[in-house]
Design a protein around this ligand. Sequence first.
Ligand code: OGA
Ligand code: MN
Length: 282
Amino acid sequence: MMAQISITACNGPGAEIGNVDLSHGPDDDDFAAIRQAFADHGLIFFRGQTITPEQHIAFARRWGDININRFFTPVDGYPEIAEVRKEPDQATNIGGGWHTDHSYDAEPAMGSILVARELPSKGGDTMFADMAAAYDALDDDMKARLEGLEAVHSSKQIFGGKAAYRVESDAGGRLHNPDAADALDDVIHPVVITHPLSGRKILYVNAAFTTGIRGWSREESMALLMPLYTHALQERFITRFNWEPGSIAFWDNRATWHYALNDYQGERRVMHRITLEGCALH
Ligand code: OGA
Ligand code: MN
């Protein structure tokens, strides 16, 4: 019998879950412990796992409905799994800047379960930043300024027809459904949300998809947002995850930002991602 499930907080955000085998489907007690760790940390890691795409899907389904990504190419035979791939000859990667997925949706996806499938010999880490801690560390004046503000989010600047991601990058050529972004309406979310699982206040803006503050000019918006982004990226709010064969990361899009490092030119990196549906944010 396996030792009891372990939950070890990282130095920065997140926790590593040990003594659990996701291929068998954790039993109900272990699943409850994992669920609690996910609510507490907004970011959990597993190592040494061997799971098939079917087991990946089965584990994801225990959390809720799967979101089929409109932009990424699905894994052959598994429409529920998006492929996050960088080929040796590609210059750009998916997620190569600080962002949180799906903030351009009215009901942003709650999170993604990312499984390492093929890793470069070195590099290709992912960094995660804790937006609850970033909010908590704001001074009271700034917290008061942010109260009641709403932000506009759009998929167009990353995925749209005029986006650098499409025009200048080979990654754009791999988009599954390149016209989807331009068809999506921009959405509004509060700048500070209350996290649906933890109840904590979260700084919910991000450089990739937030285009401004509702009712403010671009210039006024950026004057507020840029210092917030700098504040949020202090080292104490960041965990850098080094992938090994068998590693899995599961992040909460509401609680964290992430950034896939692009430092393994000439090598392939392939990840399988399942994204879970979320809810409206308040
Ligand atoms: C993503 C993403 C991170 C990575 O799948 O949303 O940003 O490390 N990927 O591949
Ligand atoms: Mn991402």
